[in-house]
Ligand binder design. Structure first.
Ligand code: SF4
Ligand code: SF4
Length: 366
């Protein structure tokens, strides 16, 4: 039976020590890749990226445990002109890494994939150089995958622009979830996860524009699927209603049923947790799900009050569906509703409309 720790945090350093003990992995002499969520240049209070103090505590504790090397690294969404450390300095994670931060976008290797979408993917070469990945996802909603946790955070093994390309290979959220599981399954090193639920995010515009929640918890597990299943339970969702969990469980990669998970510690269902309306499509699978998904596909909208017309969304749309005139407008015939523009917007000006509003837009042809 897979075990998951949920710990209410009063002393972060003590909670991190307990979480690393719980993972029951000997880090001595190992090359460890600490993989936070560094989606983009968002401050810690926004709840988008992994809390820098969690990263700091983990780096210090890993060093204390005698790791050979610890590297803190991630591939943010899209392309960026500046030096990566400058681009995401506002997250606080570069400083909190205490000299262990690494830009991994430049050096890549091909990773073979057992996937119906692609036989291989380009990943940062650190995937082949680490002995273990210590995965630090944030507990959040996601417009495309409903929730984004440990399995989804590993999409960051792929350099930014390649990530956008991956979205062109799949047709809907269910297929994207399958691709995420393909990638998780292909990783050649152990993945251990500590989830940042100090803050969380719920609502329609996750992963970067939802409502920030103060949860005060961290979770830990050796099995990323078990961890994501417990995250779903905390969010009040049946774990197998989340496509990544269901697909991974069908492949025997981890449990998506509560009776197959031992939860240790301070588990609590988050009161009033709001899911994105993608859950409507997420609850139906197969052809019916794909058809329904098409019907309620929710193209993003630009909030002109927030938009600075920086062009990042247009420059990073994988199918060039965005033009600026002078604010971003989306070509509905080109848009594949991948939400890369939502993820990449530094101002959180790209928002995902509710399913009903989206349906009305489709009917009136906007
Ligand atoms: S929507 Fe966001 S990314 Fe796009 S131009 Fe406006 S501020 Fe920039
Ligand atoms: S406009 Fe559509 S296809 Fe382009 S990034 Fe946004 S959601 Fe994806």
């Amino acid at each position: 039976m897979e075990r998951v720790l949920v710990r209410k945090v009063t002393d972060l350093s003590a909670a991190v020590t307990e979480a690393l003990d719980f993972l029951d992995y000997d880090f001595t002499g190992k090359r460890v890749w600490v993989k936070p969520n560094l989606l983009g240049p968002h401050p810690p209070a926004a709840g988008v990226t992994t809390d820098p103090e969690l990263v700091r505590s983990i780096v210090r504790e890993l060093k204390r445990r005698g790791v050979a090397t610890v590297r803190v690294a991630d591939n943010p969404a899209g392309r960026h002109a500046e030096r990566l450390a400058d681009y995401i300095a506002v997250t606080g994670v570069v400083e909190a890494s205490e000299g262990c931060f690494l830009d991994i976008a430049e050096h890549s290797i091909m990773l073979p994939l057992k996937s119906r979408f692609t036989p291989q993917i380009l990943v940062s070469s650190i995937v082949g150089e680490a002995d273990a990945i210590l995965n630090l996802p944030v507990l959040k909603t996601h417009a495309l995958t409903v929730l984004t946790g440990a399995v989804k955070n590993l999409f960051g093994v792929i350099p930014g622009l390649q990530k956008a390309h991956m979205h062109t290979l799949v047709k809907n959220g269910e297929e994207f979830a399958e691709l995420l599981v393909d990638i998780y399954q292909a990783l050649p090193v152990p993945v251990l996860s500590i989830m940042d639920a100090l803050r969380g995010m719920d609502g329609q515009n996750g992963p970067n524009g939802g409502r920030v929640l103060k949860l005060g918890r961290i979770l830990a597990a050796r099995n990323a699927v078990a961890l994501d299943s417990v995250m779903a339970l905390m969010a009040g969702v049946r774990p197998d209603r989340i496509h990544t969990n269901r697909i991974a469980a069908e492949r025997g990669l981890g449990p998506a049923r509560p009776e197959n998970i031992e939860v240790v510690g301070d588990f609590e269902v988050i009161p009033g947790f709001r899911l994105p309306s993608a859950r409507l499509a997420g609850s139906i699978t197969g052809i019916a799900g794909a058809t329904f998904y098409k019907l309620i596909q929710r193209r993003p909208l630009c909030d002109k009050k927030l938009c600075t017309r920086c062009r990042r969304c247009a420059n990073n749309c994988p199918v060039q569906a965005i033009s600026l005139s002078p604010y971003p407008t989306i070509n509905p015939r080109k848009c594949i509703t991948c939400y890369c523009c939502v993820e990449i917007c530094p101002e959180r000006a790209m928002v995902v409309p509710r399913a009903l509003r989206s349906l009305v837009r489709r009917v009136i042809g906007r």
